[in-house]
Design a protein around this ligand. Structure first.
Ligand SMILES: [Fe+2]
Length: 262
C-alpha cells in the first residue's frame, strides 16, 4: 500500500516536476551529498561524479540513461509507485532499473518505506555505473525472474543485504555501497558509527537465512571485502545456495516482532 502516485512521463521519458518537488530534491541532495563524502565507497563516489546529478532541480531519466548506457549498458525505467515481483525481476533481468517517478513529501523527508525517486536515483544509480555491481544485479534479476515465490523470498534477503544495505571494506575503513543506506541520512551515520548494529563478514548462506524488517534501522549489516566479491557471487550456483538455505531455515530475527496495528 502506498499513498504516492508516480508522475506522468512523456514519450521522451521526461517528467514535469513541480517547483515544490524541485525544492525537495534540492534539499535532499544538499544534505546527503555532505554525508556520503568519506562514508560511501569509492565506486559509488566515482559513479556520482559520472552521473553529475543536478543539485538545483530533479534529474531527468534520459540524462541518467546516457551515462548508464555508456558505462554498463543499464537503463532506468519509469514505473508506478509499486510494481509486482514479476515485473521487478523482469526489468532487472533486462538491465532496466525500475524508478518510481514520485518524490517523498516534506512530512516524510527523513524516512519513508516506499522507494521514491531520490532513493532510486541518488541511492542506486551511482553503483549501477560500476561493471561488477551492474553484472551482479543483472544476474540477480535473471535468477529472480525464473525463481518460485519461496526461492524469491530467500533471494530478497540477498538483495537486501547487498544492493540495499551493503557495507564494504576499503583499506582500513568500512564504507557504504547499499542504496537503502546512502539515501537515508540517519542510516548513513548509524550504519558506520553506531555501536548498536552487528557488522558481520559477508557469508552467502548466512545472508540468505537472516530475516530483516524494512521499517527500522537495520540490526545487522554484512561487509564485503571488496566490490568484486559481488561479481564472484554472480558466478556461483545461487539456486543451489537458495535450496540449501531453504533446508536449513531462517535464523531467529535480531529485532522485535512488528507491532500489530489492527
Ligand atoms: Fe532500493
Amino acid at each position: 500500500m502506498t499513498c504516492y502516485v508516480s508522475n506522468p512521463v512523456d514519450e521522451q521519458g521526461y517528467v514535469t516536476w513541480s517547483e515544490e518537488e524541485h525544492a525537495i530534491w534540492r534539499d535532499l541532495v544538499a544534505r546527503q551529498l555532505n554525508l556520503v563524502q568519506g562514508r560511501a565507497c569509492d565506486e559509488y563516489l566515482r559513479g556520482l561524479e559520472l552521473l553529475n546529478l543536478p543539485r538545483d532541480r530533479v534529474p531527468q531519466l534520459p540524462d541518467i540513461n546516457k551515462i548508464l548506457l555508456q558505462e554498463t549498458g543499464w537503463q532506468v525505467v519509469p514505473v508506478p509507485a509499486l510494481i509486482s515481483f514479476d515485473r521487478f525481476f523482469e526489468l532487472l533481468a533486462n538491465q532496466c532499473f525500475p524508478v518510481a517517478t514520485f518524490l517523498r513529501s516534506r512530512e516524510e523527508f527523513d524516512y519513508l518505506q516506499e522507494p521514491d525517486f531520490f532513493h532510486e536515483i541518488f541511492g542506486h544509480c551511482a553503483m549501477l555505473t560500476n561493471p561488477q555491481f551492474a553484472h551482479f544485479t543483472h544476474i540477480y534479476g535473471q535468477l529472480g525472474y525464473h525463481a518460485n515465490p519461496k526461492q524469491r523470498a530467500f533471494l530478497a534477503r540477498l538483495y537486501w543485504f547487498t544492493v540495499e544495505f551493503g557495507l564494504v571494506k576499503q583499506g582500513e575503513e568500512l564504507k557504504i555501497y547499499g542504496g537503502g543506506i546512502l539515501s537515508s541520512p540517519g542510516e548513513t551515520l548509524y550504519a558506520l558509527d553506531s555501536q548498536t548494529p552487528v557488522r558481520a563478514t559477508f557469508e552467502l548462506n548466512t545472508v540468505l537465512r537472516t530475516p530483516y524488517r524494512i521499517d527500522i534501522m537495520q540490526p545487522i549489516y554484512f561487509m564485503l571485502d571488496d566490490i568484486s566479491e559481488l561479481y564472484q557471487l554472480s558466478r556461483l550456483d545461487l539456486v543451489s545456495e537458495v535450496e540449501q538455505a531453504t533446508l536449513e531455515g531462517l535464523y531467529p530475527p535480531l529485532f522485535p516482532a512488528k507491532e500489530q496495528t489492527t
